[in-house]
Design a protein around this ligand. Sequence first.
Ligand SMILES: [Zn+2]
Length: 422
Amino acid sequence: MKIEIKNARLADDSSRDIRIKNGVIVTTLSGEADVTIDGSRYLVSPALIDPHVHLRVPGQEEKETLETGLSAAVAGGFGSIVCMPNTSPAIDHPELVQKLIRDAEALGLARLFPSAALTVGRNGKHLSDAAALQKAGAVMLTDDGGTNEDAGVLRLALEYAHALGLVVSVHAEDASLRGDGVMNESATSERLGLPGNPVAAEAARIARDLEICALTGSRLHIQHLSSARGLALVRDAKARGLPVTCEVAPHHLTLTDTMLESERFYCDPVLKVAPPLRSATDCAALLEGLRDGTVDCIGTDHAPHTAAEKQHDMKIAPFGIANIEITFPLLYTRFVETGKLELSRLIELMTTGSAKILGWKPPSLEVGSVADISLFDLQSTKTVDSKQFKTKARFDSPWQSEPLRGWAVCTIVRGKIVFDAR
Ligand SMILES: [Zn+2]
């Protein structure tokens, strides 16, 4: 298929024509384009890359399938995603990795790059076969959801991963400090009588993991960083030259623990997520982290569940928010339109930043690059309506009815239009 995007408006406000043939960006098409797009109406960017998605496959297809998850991804402007291995069974075997890649290829939506479990069954005890998993196509090792309680095991894992050039990602929370906490430990949790999960659980675990990072000299990626304190530790470690990176999720930037006291969200598990939503001060610190480069990328931590599961009370309902379809418009509207974040920085956090975590070369719109491209409409306003989502988690979103701009209107993967809402 030959595609021409005329006068494509780029994140740096320049514009140019982009021509796509045989899946690659080319100088000339030689002949008529099959599809011509007026790029002056849209922001045109390399397709977004999400380093943190829960696809629930295999074993939890009632929450999400490859088709609904990957459809949601491309509807959110993502051309590539990394899925987490906290499935049933855990993705701890090369055949599981290969099957996921094969099945995703057959769907032809977003590209799927599985992460694999760091330990067998994500039990935190016995290392998985990192070399075999990497050979099968795994791009990251993580026990996400699990918290790697045994520091010695994490040290070994980092040493092996270092030799293979694989990144290890950690869900940094101390399990004993987190306890049975279902929300941020704060005056709000006291008033609501809900078990709290203190910032100290995250900060203490990040401090420990940074020591292991320094000891091994291996690449360490901290997932879904949620607190000002945790961010300060990463900032300090980066200043010391440690090979550490971190990501922040959209909910930790835009929602707070006190919302659980509001009329609309009173003790509503739609806001139950791990790590928990923190204070407005933490949100502000994370935004500053996006600006000053301490935060390397946005990871959505898209984590779908069934409506029935989320209808339980705060203590029983599972952790997680489905957000991949609205992450870009949400962050664009909340932060770029209000002048708090440069558009080019937001794009960087969702493309180049994510690529860097994985050791990939920066995605580009230059001639010769693979044609993974997303177009966003920065002008039209549309309100969030979770009933329209492609994800299976179509129940009320924390951002339900919020008017947003910056919705993805077209996603191109390997030169093929895989999502089109123009
Ligand atoms: Zn996690």
